[in-house]
Design a protein around this ligand. Structure first.
Ligand SMILES: *Cc1c(COP(=O)(O)O)cnc(C)c1O
Length: 310
């Protein structure tokens, strides 16, 4: 992967507010949204070893899955284009024209889009659908939806860098979709550091098992200290309300950090709300590292889709 130098190491930004002061808590944001202009956030980490495996095993085509606004589809299309791999995106639902900005971009990066109905999409991890895809597209390297596999986890163990560790944080906060990122981060932190995941899907408790299974695949020997806080989903995946949109807008105005509405806005909202309630002070957690996992490309689509004009 000769083009790697265009990736920059993510800056860490401290957030000072009245609240952090009165609660006596330090807040730091790891800006993964800035690692690359197109392959942003945690998606790069989840793709990295998948792309490497594909190249090593002489595949010339990557096939993966996602919804119409998927950050993973966006990042895979860009990464494929950058590293000279063809890409096929299996998209949930029917084609709608004109293409939304996410799929328009994917097409501009030469990704071939294939639409499947929701019922077929639900089978995305089944062997039967895999065989059908091989029959139709030939030799393709299949990456699961969201980059959720062992290679994805391994990439995410690289998120917490030396720079991060020099802050000496005691808690890391992450927005969770599949939990792959959380698994990688939980593997890489030390015994004294605790990881909190904020699922953005309703009823995110099911993620606990998925994450445990990813940790088992990685064969982690010792127990990791992590938990999920499941009540900041705002109605479910990609659901937003005015309160969340207003929070994201005010946060950006105050700290200069844009948040995406599907993932990071919900996690940051949750952290600020817990901070306000004295949660971290009560648990004697003093240094929080919030991982900004990127995803900003999706904001236009989310707003258009839900009729918000904010
Ligand atoms: C995909 C995504 C996540 C979720 O990552 P998982 O590893 O699936 O939990 C979080 N934040 C952003 C911005 C994302 O695009």
């Amino acid at each position: 992967m000769g083009l790697l130098p265009i990736f920059v190491s993510p800056p860490i930004q401290q957030i000072d507010s009245k609240l952090t002061c009165t609660e006596n808590v330090e807040l730091y944001v790891l800006r993964l949204d800035l690692v690359h202009p197109l392959i942003s956030g945690n998606k790069w980490f989840k793709l990295k070893y998948n792309l490497e495996a594909a190249q090593r095993e002489n595949f010339d085509t990557i096939l993966t899955f996602g919804g119409a606004y998927s950050n993973h589809i966006y990042a895979t299309a860009a990464a494929g284009n950058l590293f000279g791999l063809k890409t096929i995106g299996v998209i949930r639902g029917e084609e709608t024209l004109p293409l939304n900005p996410t799929l328009e971009f994917a097409t501009s990066q030469q990704m071939q889009l294939v639409y499947v109905d929701r019922q077929t999409y639900r089978q995305r991890n089944s062997e039967a659908l895999r065989q059908k895809l091989y029959a139709r597209f030939g030799k393709v390297f299949i990456i699961p939806e969201g980059g959720c596999n062992l290679n994805g986890v391994i990439g995410c163990t690289e998120i917490i860098s030396q720079d991060c560790q020099s802050i000496n944080f005691d808690t890391v906060c992450i927005a969770c979709g599949t939990g792959t990122t959380l698994a990688g981060v939980a593997i890489s932190v030390n015994d004294k550091q605790h990881v909190i995941g904020f699922p953005v899907l309703k009823g995110g408790g099911f993620l606990k098992q998925d994450i445990e299974s990813l940790l088992t695949q990685y064969q982690v020997a010792k127990n990791r200290s992590w938990e999920l806080i499941c009540n900041y989903h705002f109605g479910g995946y990609a659901k937003v309300n005015n309160e969340l949109l207003r929070f994201a807008r005010d946060f950006e105005l105050e700290y200069g950090i844009p948040l995406d509405y599907v993932y990071t806005a919900k996690m940051f909202y949750g952290v600020m709300d817990l901070l306000q309630q004295g949660y971290f002070r009560y648990l004697n957690r003093r240094r929080l590292l919030l991982i900004h996992t990127g995803g900003l490309q999706g904001n236009t689509g989310t707003k258009m889709n839900q009729g918000f004009n904010f």
